[in-house]
Design a protein around this ligand. Sequence first.
Ligand code: GDP
Length: 195
Amino acid sequence: RLWRSAAFVLSAARLPDLPRGGREVAFAGRSNAGKSSALNALTGQNSLARTSKTPGRTQLINLFTLGEVGHLADLPGYGFAAAPKAIKVQWVNLIERYFGHRDELAAVVLIVDIRRGLGELDQQLLNWVTPRFLPVHVLLTKADKLSRNAAKQALFQIERELKAQNPLYTAQLFSATAKQGVDEARARISDLLRG
Ligand code: GDP
């Protein structure tokens, strides 16, 4: 019910364009990691988060309400090899400012393709989050692409890497396609939003 009530608020190209107040959970991840699919699976809405495969487009933060509980902020994906330099600079500026100054930010959901694991850009993002002392929850997406055992191994591996950085960081298996881990993710994220 709560998740199905998620609704689009606005797209912001600059931090001052975001509304103030309430608590917010940010969704971040490499392009193609499955962030839009995860948001759509969580909200049960097939076109809430639209996937744009255009590397040259303006970098926007898409904001959604989650009932009275707070906001979800869909941050622009990173790691487009083909993205023009100007877009990459724009991304760094927007994201660095967001993590540095967005007081409403309560937690981060990091979307990681289970077959790739934590990459350099994911690590850079975690480094921006670290000074805020905020919880991070990793959705290891596309878990359906691996055997149960391989998926479990990948989860152990990333949990080790995360705990080494901050004991508060957590991870879980997720698949938008197989609808795996959806209820677990909903529960964890609404807990993070409520604080
Ligand atoms: P985004 O760029 O991070 O928003 O990624 P998308 O949600 O657009 O997903 C990128 C590609 O991965 C698309 O082709 C999706 O269909 C596919 N994908 C996303 N989630 C899953 C999943 O859980 N399982 C599988 N097998 N494919 C997925």
